[in-house]
Design a protein around this ligand. Structure first.
Ligand code: CTP
Length: 473
């Protein structure tokens, strides 16, 4: 929850969309933020301050003189100022440095704290050159962020750009403000969902992947500054949030995915292959609906499907990748999960693989857990200083606990002296229950036998996991 414990001043100015700021307020609160409200005098003609007061909030009138120095105190204690909805008048005033109300005074006193502005007005007013020039002027400064208004039918009956955006889009932008821009100038291609292999016009073979992990990765990558293309395979896009900044390509079958992947991969720096791809396709799709067979015995009514194995897309793509491109795969396993994933990482020439134990009820869930495995980098190999690395010592069937290691540092030191190896961890004797890794959540552990590093991620929301995984790249 990026917004947990963040403090906002929510400035509501007089647009007919004022009532939508109540939903925005509630969403910020749900995210764990605290919100102080300033209601402009025209906004208070649309909505009453008692709405927020009855939620127990402090509500200020937009009066520069009611409480002396309120603007200084509000600006000082806030992490960010949100002006939503922001009228034509207020945006132009802020851009021209006019500070004649509590809202404009608070913005002017907020130093380098972020100010997120959400315009809402008639489309002609929004496209007015004066306003557009002033928006440009504000955007040229680091502290101002604009959430573009939506296009649609406006309150006055006109059609165009000027509608108050969806609350989810505003919260997304606010969250983005607090994120590092580690992927600035990077292009990331992500696949999500499940491919479908049609048997006839109405029936298909597929799997239960919902696309939640892939879409979460796409959204988080946008927040971290990347340009993102998402190939969505049969995803219920009405019910999953896909930010509008994501370039969305819809695919259904394995062949659709393959074609789009081959087309898009060369344009990207990173590929994250979260889609659950059909390993088998139907040899001959029937162009007509296959009818039920009427027969006297079971044998007469059996129907046989002829399946052919599809290419492994990751293998195909990774084989031809440029040196600087990163390929990140997922693995769904039910047993020997780390060992199987390690084999997939090597066979498919991946840089990273995240493995899910799919017996843990994660398919379709909003939560996930598993292990991230990566090839040990040269930097990691060079980093042989004993104090800089996590150390797990395992001997025969015993994994030493931290306390044991601390108590008898001889174990490590002797072994280090003898073998010249700093990290002595091997999971060999525990590969079935992954005890060694489970014990050390969120720490990279070397598997020097295989030249790999492994990190366990405990169960968490897919959005949180998406951010954690992207931060490892
Ligand atoms: N994948 C792929 N092409 C396929 C099948 C899978 O690119 N035909 C990708 C998936 O998107 C995933 C990774 O390979 O990133 C591993 O997929 P998974 O289903 O775990 O394994 P498979 O390679 O299909 O092997 P198996 O089903 O035998 O476990």
């Amino acid at each position: 929850m990026t917004l947990k414990n963040k403090k906002f001043v929510l400035c509501i100015t007089g647009s007919i969309a004022c009532y939508k700021s109540i939903e925005l307020y509630r969403s910020l609160k749900k995210e764990g933020a605290s919100v102080t409200i300033i209601l402009s005098s025209s906004a208070s003609k649309f909505i009453s301050p008692y709405i927020f007061k009855s939620f127990g909030e402090e509500v200020y009138a937009d009066d520069a003189f009611e409480i002396p120095l309120a603007h200084i105190e509000l600006a000082k204690t806030a992490d960010a100022i949100v002006v939503a909805p922001a009228t034509y008048n207020t945006i132009n005033k802020i851009a021209c440095g006019i500070a004649d109300s509590l809202i404009t005074l608070t913005v002017s006193a907020s130093g380098d704290k972020p100010c997120i502005i959400v315009p809402a007005m008639n489309n002609k007013m929004y496209s007015n050159e004066i306003l557009q020039k002033n928006i440009e002027k504000l955007l040229a400064q680091k502290k101002y962020y604009f959430v573009n208004p939506a296009k649609g039918e406006l309150a006055c009956g006109d059609f165009g750009e000027g509608k108050f955006p969806e609350t989810k889009d505003i919260v997304f932008e606010i969250e983005s403000v607090f994120k590092s821009k580690k992927f600035k100038d990077k292009k990331i291609l992500i696949t999500a969902g499940a491919t479908r292999e049609y048997i006839d016009p109405v029936r298909f073979i597929s799997n239960a992947s919902s696309g939640k992990m892939g879409t979460a990765l796409a959204c988080e990558a946008i927040k971290l500054g990347a340009e993102v293309t998402l190939i969505a395979c049969s995803i219920d896009i009405q019910n999953l949030y896909i930010n509008k900044k994501i370039k969305l390509i819809k695919a259904i079958s394995f062949n659709d995915l393959k074609e789009n992947l081959i087309n898009e991969f060369p344009k990207n720096d990173i590929l994250i292959m979260a889609a659950a791809v059909s390993d088998f396709g139907v040899k001959e799709k029937s162009s007509l609906k296959i009818k039920k067979i009427t027969g006297s015995s079971d044998n007469d009514t059996n129907i046989h499907l002829n399946l052919v194995q599809n290419d492994d897309l990751l293998k195909l793509i990774a084989k031809n990748k440029k040196h600087e491109q990163i390929v990140f795969g997922f693995a769904a396993e039910t047993d020997n999960i780390i060992e199987n994933a390690q084999n997939k990482l090597k066979e498919k020439s991946l840089d990273y693989i995240f493995v899910n134990d799919v017996t843990k009820n994660i398919i379709g869930s909003s939560e996930n857990e598993g292990y991230l495995i990566k090839i040990m980098s040269e930097k990691d190999k060079e980093n042989k200083n004993i104090n800089d690395r996590d150390i797990i010592y395992e001997d025969n069937n015993h994994i030493y606990t931290n306390e044991e290691i601390n108590k008898s540092s001889d174990i490590i030191i002797n072994k280090t002296k003898n073998t010249g190896e700093k990290i002595i961890h091997t999971y060999k004797n525990h590969k079935n229950n992954n005890e060694g890794y489970n014990r050390y959540n969120n720490r990279w552990i070397e598997d020097s036998d295989n030249n790999l590093e492994i990190k366990r991620f405990e169960r968490m929301d897919k959005t949180e996991l998406a951010e954690a995984l992207l931060n490892e790249l």
